[in-house]
Design a protein around this ligand. Structure first.
Ligand SMILES: Nc1ncnc2c1ncn2[C@@H]1O[C@H](COP(=O)(O)OP(=O)(O)OP(=O)(O)O)[C@@H](O)[C@H]1O
Ligand SMILES: Cc1ncc(CO)c(N)n1
Length: 540
């Protein structure tokens, strides 16, 4: 939170109880005494979403190629774009055909993007032919994007070729333009122009030679080694420096759902590096994400060959498909949810008699006495909300509201002490029930649920007050009461309370949001009963 938030969150206790002007009915201005000026902290800034372009082939089965890339980019927090180099006829069993559209058409796709969009990272996959490699190369040389990750796709998981044999030379030259290359074991051997590594140390050593001679970081992938491990290593020996090798342990998952793991990993890496600039952290994070996605692949039940991974498994599991209402929607929904109770409050004898001035004075004094009892413990619940509040602005708001209630309670005592016995009544069953609800909610310790329970005391009173206010006139016996809750300061405090609660509800899990609504509805029912209990007391 900025200093500005803290400063403007001030106005602590401003005018607390100040609304309690003349003696008498105005004493109930307790709620109006709640401080009004704190404002809710601004929404934290979301980090920039990296704009990542995949230049790759299409896999209609959705597990590899641009389809996998777009899913991986999205799953790792990026905005994905795709320029298609080739169309494959492919399923989980293998590649049945490849169609390469004219290379100029790819160039048009790339130009259309770079003419319009700032590209934070490029991930390159299947390039199919020498001509395609050439087009991509010249476009990259012109654009010089800030990050290029090359997955030098040559052979599919199924064993089918995805790059013409004569295009391998051109691809090797492309490696020099890149920031990171992510070959599997056979691909690394081709780039190194050496036999394939057979052990992990051989693989890392070969990656270091490629890194030094091509001036590129290499992610050496152990996926094709046999054994229980599936380690990777980020190898950087650029400019002939001593290789820096960062190893990432991995446990081999017993699954046939490995279609597109290379495509997915390189896209995730491009996204995470573009987002954070931290290479080692990005590899660690993307490998963790990949393992989680590989593990969940089999449950998708896609195809009978090498099935896909589930790119969104973690997101789905952690609530990624759960929608949430906006704060404005929460506000509207909750208010509508208590419409019936509000109608009972407005149509109740007490509020009607208060409005037209026919309310028995003894009933009114008894009501105020109960309100004084109520305010003392309501202040404790507000203070508990202040203790639990996650931000200084919210802490200040609840704390000053608590103070306002205490000041008002004292003023009620001063103003009505003359009414002695009537005012000194013990808490009624209704008052006790409402307070028990609030204090029990406070004791359970969930801030969001507590403030939802505290809200009707603001909202219902502001609502009733603003409707009764026009009925006030000099002859009206309860004129002060009628004006108190239409007060601007109380309106501001109510608005702030609603804003805080609605924002929390919008952000909450569905379970917590439901618990918040229940607490809010329960308090609204208690507000209704609180008014009702005061009517006709004088007769009993
Ligand atoms: N069974 C597995 N269990 C755990 N990790 C795996 C498994 N198979 C592959 N990986 C991981 O997936 C990533 C890609 O590995 P791999 O070497 O298989 O790439 P690739 O051959 O380019 O992939 P593909 O051609 O299938 O898209 C590596 O991080 C590797 O460790
Ligand atoms: C289109 C395409 N790109 C890459 C791979 C590598 O897995 C594949 N199978 N298909």
């Amino acid at each position: 939170m900025s200093a500005e938030d803290l400063v403007s969150g001030g106005a602590l206790g401003a005018g607390a109880g100040a609304g309690a002007g003349a003696a008498g009915a105005s004493g109930v201005a307790g709620m109006a005494g709640m401080a009004g000026a704190s404002r809710v902290p601004r929404v934290p800034r979301v980090p920039r979403v990296p704009r990542v372009l995949s230049i790759a082939g299409s896999d209609p089965s959705g597990g590899a190629g641009i389809q996998a890339d777009l899913k991986s980019i999205a799953a790792n927090g990026g905005y994905g774009m795709a320029a298609i180099t080739a169309l494959t006829v492919q399923n989980t069993q293998g590649v049945r055909g490849v169609h390469v559209p004219p290379a100029e058409f790819l160039r048009e796709q790339l130009d259309a993007l770079s003419d319009d969009v700032t590209i934070d990272a490029v991930k390159i996959g299947m390039l199919a032919t020498t001509e395609v490699v050439g087009v991509v190369r010249s476009w990259l040389e012109e654009l010089q994007p800030p990050l290029i990750v090359l997955d030098p796709v040559m052979v599919a998981t199924s064993g089918d070729r995805l790059l013409d044999a004569e295009a391998e030379l051109a691809l090797r030259e492309l490696v020099r333009l890149c920031d990171l290359v992510t070959p599997n074991i056979p691909e690394l051997a081709i780039i190194a122009a050496e036999p394939a590594a057979e052990t992990w140390p051989e693989l890392v050593a070969q990656a270091a030679r490629v890194s030094a001679s091509y001036g590129v970081r290499v992610l050496a992938k152990g996926g094709h080694l046999s054994g229980a491990e599936a380690p990777d290593a980020l190898v950087d020996a650029r400019l002939g420096n001593v290789p820096v090798v960062t190893e990432f342990d991995g446990i081999r998952i017993d699954t046939s759902n490995t279609h597109g793991t290379g495509c997915s990993l390189s896209s995730a890496l491009a996204t995470l590096i573009a987002g954070t600039g931290d290479w080692a952290a990005a590899v660690g994070e993307s490998k963790r994400w990949l393992s989680e996605s590989i593990r969940a692949g089999a449950a998708l039940q896609v195809g009978s060959g090498h099935g896909p991974i589930n790119h969104f498994a973690g997101l789905w599991q952690r609530g990624g498909v759960v929608t949430a209402p906006t704060p404005a929607e929460v506000r509207e929904h909750w208010w509508a949810e208590v419409a019936g109770i509000r109608a009972q409050i407005d149509g109740g004898d007490f509020v009607r008699a208060l409005g037209d001035g026919s309310l028995d004075r003894a009933d009114f004094v008894w009501y105020l006495a109960q309100d004084a009892l109520y305010l003392r413990d309501y202040a404790r619940a507000l203070a508990e909300a202040a203790r639990l509040a996650p931000t200084a602005a919210e802490q200040a708001f609840w704390a000053s509201s608590a103070e306002g209630c205490i000041v008002t309670e004292l003023q009620l005592h001063e103003s009505w002490s003359a009414d002695g016995e009537l005012f000194g009544a013990a808490p009624s069953a209704t008052t006790t029930a409402y307070l028990n609800h609030l204090l029990a909610t406070a004791a359970r310790g969930d801030y969001a649920v507590l403030v939802a329970a505290l809200l009707p005391c603001f909202w219902v009173y502001h609502d009733v007050g603003s409707r009764l206010h026009p009925l006030a006139h000099t002859e009206h016996p309860y004129s002060d009461w009628l004006t108190t809750y239409a007060d601007k300061e109380f309106a501001d405090a109510t608005e702030q309370a609603i804003t805080i609660v609605a924002a929390l509800a919008a952000d909450a899990t569905p379970q917590v949001r439901e618990a918040m609504l229940s607490a809010f509805v329960a308090s609204t029912e208690h507000e209704r009963d609180f008014f009702a209990a005061a009517f006709g007391v004088a007769l009993t």
